[in-house]
Design a protein. Structure first.
Lengths: 239, 208
């Protein structure tokens, strides 16, 4: 699980995706890259409208809707209005309805472990990006510890693209790199080390790391090499 | 003890929440002279309090506020980008792995141990949620207090003069810093981790 994860191609294709069907295909590829049972994107708005894509079976998605599980799903209630990632074990599954829901979910092929990343929208909307797998607690803790940050970034990248594609939704325009972020990425692209970049810009390496982190997110990348490549391709930096 | 409370959970802690917002009025309006809004209850609140932020609050044995700070992810509206954009590299800092930490507040008479406890909580959040950086808005007094516990924030820039001087800076948490800050706080790292874990749900053993 999670060995040899190489998601750069998925990310590159995600950035150029223009249709819902592509998101479905990309999340399947991402699921395979991470070697887990399921990955799902689930969007809910203030009025209870839902939208999503992912690798749960059609039967489970239909059952979720038919049974109106949105109202009893501890993952939804536990993540609503939050912005911290949530391990399903931390949620409250003690009610009878929640236990019945979990049993039904497992019978429909969901794994016993889950990690959900909530994303808040501007007007009561929220989205969940969930990774689900069947394994022991220790293996799961190791997986989330190792890949948690990448999953948080992926969650936001899928969310951004989903909002962009979904009809009738106005998406926020992509964030431009700040002048400092352009400086940092340009010098890195020129082959400077982080220490040299920091020295050249008269900032600390700690501060530099913040600019790189922010630039990486704006560029839809998981690592700095990928971020530099994206910045060059998009003409945001010139070397 | 350290409490981690989202704004929509504050109603469960009326005494704690009320004393936090009153202590904020005392610190930011009365002592620092900032142009903050204080409502009819004597509570200092701003628009970021309406975005359901996460508060970390040191609760005293009598149930009242001893110190606190407020977290929001930089993917949404945050003070460092809205108010201090020119201090952060000429544009917004945005990442779900970078959270903003604002409204550091200590109740009158709270010592450096409370500041150290809050810092310990910041470390729990970074570790527990995979956060890489905390960008903070600091007043000069808080910078002095953090300096006395050996945890000076790294400043990106400052605005204003005298008491009204406000700085944007970064907090760093290394395992070594965690031990040091825990000692200053007089709290074991195990207890700190337990408070964090319990705040965000059941312990694994209790879960279904």
């Amino acid at each position: 699980m999670g060995n040899g994860v190489n998601v750069d191609h998925v990310l590159a294709d995600l950035s150029s995706a223009t249709a819902h069907e592509e998101l479905q295909e990309l999340i399947e590829r991402l699921r395979d890259a991470f070697g887990v049972d399921h990955m799902v994107y689930h969007w809910v708005d203030g009025a209870g409208d839902q939208y999503g894509f992912g690798t749960y079976s059609d039967a489970w998605v239909q059952r979720y809707l038919d049974r109106n599980y949105l109202r009893v799903d501890p993952v939804v209630s536990g993540c609503f209005q939050r912005f911290n990632p949530v391990d399903w074990k931390r949620l409250n599954w003690s009610s009878r309805a929640a236990r019945a829901f979990l049993k039904d979910a497992l019978e429909h092929g969901l794994g016993n472990q889950g990690y959900s990343i909530p994303i808040r929208g501007p007007a009561g909307q929220f989205a969940l990006f969930t990774v689900n797998h069947n394994c022991g607690d220790d293996a799961w803790a190791e997986f989330t510890e190792r890949h948690g940050r990448d999953l948080i970034l992926m969650a936001h990248y899928f969310h951004g693209k989903a909002m962009e594609i979904r009809p009738g939704r106005s998406s926020a325009p992509p964030q431009p790199l700040s002048p400092r972020e352009v400086d940092a990425m340009t010098l890195l692209a020129l082959g400077y080390s982080r220490a040299q970049v920091a020295q050249t810009l008269s900032i600390s390496e700690h501060t530099l790391r913040v600019y790189i982190e922010s630039a990486r997110f704006k560029l839809g990348a998981l690592n700095t090499t990928h971020a530099i490549a994206r910045a060059l391709t998009q003409g945001l930096i010139v070397v | 003890m350290l409490r981690y409370i989202y704004a929509d959970q504050l109603d469960n802690y009326p005494r704690l929440a009320g004393s936090m917002f009153r202590d904020r009025a005392d610190q930011f309006r009365d002592r620092l002279g900032w142009a903050v809004q204080v409502d009819g209850n004597g509570h200092e609140r701003d628009r970021y309090d309406d975005l359901n932020p996460l508060y970390v609050i040191w609760q005293r044995p009598d149930g009242r506020h001893g110190g606190s700070m407020r977290f929001l992810p930089t993917t949404g509206p945050v003070m460092v980008n809205d108010v201090f954009g020119d201090l952060t590299g000429g544009g917004p800092i945005v990442s779900p792995l970078i959270w903003e930490c604002t409204r550091f507040c200590l109740s009158p008479g709270a010592g450096p141990n409370v500041a150290a406890a809050l810092m310990l909580a910041g470390g729990e959040i970074m570790h527990g949620f995979g956060i890489r950086h905390l960008v903070g808005v600091f007043d000069a007094r808080m910078i002095r207090i953090y300096r006395t516990i050996g945890a000076t924030p790294e400043l990106l820039g400052s605005q204003g003069e005298g008491r009204a001087r406000v700085s944007v800076g970064l907090w760093a948490f290394s395992p070594l810093a965690r031990m040091r800050v825990a000692r200053r706080a007089g709290i074991s790292t195990e207890l700190s981790r337990l408070w964090f874990t319990r705040a965000f749900g059941l312990r694994p053993k209790e879960a279904a």
